[in-house]
Design a protein around this ligand. Structure first.
Ligand code: NCD
Ligand code: ZN
Length: 344
């Protein structure tokens, strides 16, 4: 039995850090264990230019300290200037560009409605090797919310990839066996992030025995067979799958509401949860790839030289149930089972 596990310091390839008092309150939760993170640009207003990304990066560094490396993204709109994207990338300010179909999730109103209008940007990104990160859900009102990811693959993602050869794409926070199968069927210019919470919850966790707003996120968790497909993909050793926590803080009053916000906050206990999930799947040896190596491999960045050590505990680990921030309290994701792994 393995009781201790040393990994390259992990990175988080999909993270929401927000801004202002919320940023100050929650950023240390990620910086404690993670070396780098891909920072989502869905602020209000969104981060759409290289200059805005640079200013946001500096606000993040002020909250985390310079040990942590935020990898910035731009929010793709129908008026994004291809030259600004390429020059921000060349200057080392941005790492990727994020595609939100308009209306798909929190703060996505400025997203893309007509994909033909972003062709010029996508062509420039393919040319410059800048990855496109997709929120993979269609927003058509006639498509059932549980089908929106699978339909996105057929109607949007596959056509974009076919018409933009060489474009490197990450399907963010995949939630279905359909997405796992699509990624597995494609060459390695397509990767996928998997969140901590989607490895743990299915849709019953949200709805059975009363509605659980802290388990509501987008894409919404699907049925158990899909969760199992995600665990299988994450623990398979396939380098196209890597960790993107999608840790997405909202204050408790915004979550526990008649129209609650989507997002699970997992930054605080992600590494303990992942170690438990991988241990339970008899795949602890695959955690290093999933959390430490596969992401840098896709992004063509070095693996972190620094390490962290996880240790198996006799008693369940304790962690705060909520983080108090200047913007209000944020509830930490409760996996619903005890965790026997802690970061030393
Ligand atoms: C995210 C947020 O709150 O910004 N919410 C979520 O449920 N994941 C947005 C997103 O990544 O979809
Ligand atoms: Zn997200």
């Amino acid at each position: 039995m393995t009781n201790s596990l040393t990994l390259p310091r992990p990175d988080d390839w999909h993270l929401h850090l927000r801004d202002g008092a919320m940023l100050a309150g929650i950023a240390p939760e990620s910086a404690r264990h993670f070396a780098r993170a891909i920072i989502m640009p869905n602020l209000v207003p969104p981060v759409v230019t290289g200059a805005q990304a640079r200013a946001y990066r500096d606000r993040i560094l002020a909250a985390t300290g310079s040990e942590f490396k935020p990898l910035m993204t731009l929010y793709l709109t129908e008026t994004t200037d291809p030259a600004d994207v390429v020059s921000a990338h060349d200057a080392g300010i941005i790492t990727a560009v994020k595609l939100y179909p308009a209306g798909a999730t929190t703060n996505s109103a400025s997203g893309v409605r007509d994909f033909d209008r972003v062709r010029g940007v996508l062509d420039a990104m393919a040319e410059a090797g800048i990855p496109l990160l997709c929120h993979g859900e269609v927003t058509d009102p006639d498509i059932d919310i549980f089908d929106r990811e699978a339909v996105f693959i057929d109607r949007v993602l596959d056509p974009i990839r076919n018409r933009t050869p060489g474009l490197r794409v990450v399907m963010e926070h995949i939630t279905t066996a359909d997405a796992v199968a699509y990624v597995q069927s494609q060459p390695d210019d397509l990767g996928a992030t998997i969140t901590t919470h989607h490895l743990v919850i299915n849709r019953n966790h949200i709805l059975v025995g009363g509605i659980k707003p802290h388990y509501y996120c987008l894409p919404v968790a699907k049925r158990e067979t899909h969760r199992q497909a995600l665990v299988q993909a994450a623990t398979s050793g396939d380098a196209r799958f890597f960790l993107g926590t999608d840790s997405a803080p909202h204050t408790d009053d915004a979550k526990e509401s008649a129209c609650g916000c989507a997002g699970c906050f997992t930054a605080t206990n992600t590494m303990s949860i992942l170690a438990q999930v991988f241990d339970d799947a008899a795949a602890l040896d695959k955690l290093e790839g999933f959390a430490g190596r596969n992401g840098p491999g896709f992004y063509r960045l070095p693996v972190n030289a620094d390490t962290i050590t996880l240790e198996k505990t006799a008693e369940p680990v304790t962690y705060p149930t909520r983080i108090e921030t200047g913007a209000g309290p944020v509830t930490v994701f409760d996996p619903g089972f005890p965790l026997y792994w802690r970061v030393t």
